[in-house]
Design a protein around this ligand. Structure first.
Ligand code: MGP
Length: 229
């Protein structure tokens, strides 16, 4: 596991690791013939177009299930709401830096980040034949792994990234857990590759298990892991 005392990577450091090229590095160097300093420089900056955004391969949506809105009577999922869709690195940091991280969320909360147009539900047609890998943490200890999971997904770090639907962090009384949802549970090779790579990205050494949504639907908590890595 990542050292729990380790501070979250700074936005800039993590942004550079997400991007395949150096964000801002070379741009700040003085070009041949460039005039440096002086008021005209400030004026030119003020008139310059905004810096380009760095597009992500996919658009992603954050969804939130507010525990205080959940009711035992209501159908499961009726309080899950999409809160923000982003499709650039800059927009990701804009929202990530302005939302609570798992350790600050209330018990019962579920916070999802799914590819745009995929709903974080078994019933979604793209999720329907899928499943999920789950990693467990004690309370307050999942923040860094949640960030690394988001960066690995949106930065398309998985060899089988097309298989990924999204991730959800769930805050419960004694634990927090992060689940990575995938599309075709029966594709064992792809699931094993995703599970192994995810553990590497998180520096997670315990065994993790993969449950088919179909088993969870039929068997609820009696559903068993179909794969482990
Ligand atoms: P869960 O939230 O995935 O498990 O499912 P958890 O977090 O171990 O349980 P919790 O009680 O701590 O929240 C819990 C239950 O929610 C399941 O047994 C289902 O009844 C229901 N449920 C969960 N999901 C992800 C779905 C879903 O996608 N669709 C439907 N219809 N029900 C779901």
């Amino acid at each position: 596991m990542v050292d729990e005392t380790e501070k979250l990577a700074s936005s800039e450091e993590a942004e550079n690791s997400l991007m395949t090229h150096n964000v801002g590095g070379e741009e700040s160097e003085v070009e041949e013939g460039e005039i440096v300093g002086g008021d005209s420089d400030d004026a030119a900056k003020a008139m310059a177009p905004p810096p380009p955004r760095h597009p992500l391969e996919n658009s992603w949506t954050f969804w939130f299930d507010n525990p205080s809105a959940k009711s035992k009577q209501a159908a499961w999922g009726s309080s899950i709401r999409p809160i923000y869709t982003f499709s650039s690195v800059e927009d990701f940091w804009g929202v990530y830096n302005n939302i609570h991280h798992p350790s600050k969320l209330a018990v019962g909360a579920d916070f999802h980040c799914f590819k745009n147009k995929i709903e974080p539900k078994w019933e979604d047609p793209i999720c329907a034949n899928g499943g999920k890998w789950t990693v467990n943490f004690s309370r307050g200890k999942s923040d860094t792994s949640w960030l690394y999971t988001l960066l690995a997904m949106i930065g398309e770090q998985f060899d089988d990234g097309d298989e990924i639907c999204g991730a959800v962090v769930s805050v419960r009384g004694k634990q927090e857990k992060i689940a990575l949802w995938t599309k075709n549970a029966a594709n064992e090779a792809a699931q094993l590759s995703i599970g192994r790579q995810w553990k590497e990205f998180l520096d997670y050494n315990d065994t993790i298990g993969f449950i088919f949504h179909d088993d969870a639907k039929r068997l609820d908590r009696a559903a068993k892991n179909r794969y482990t890595v």
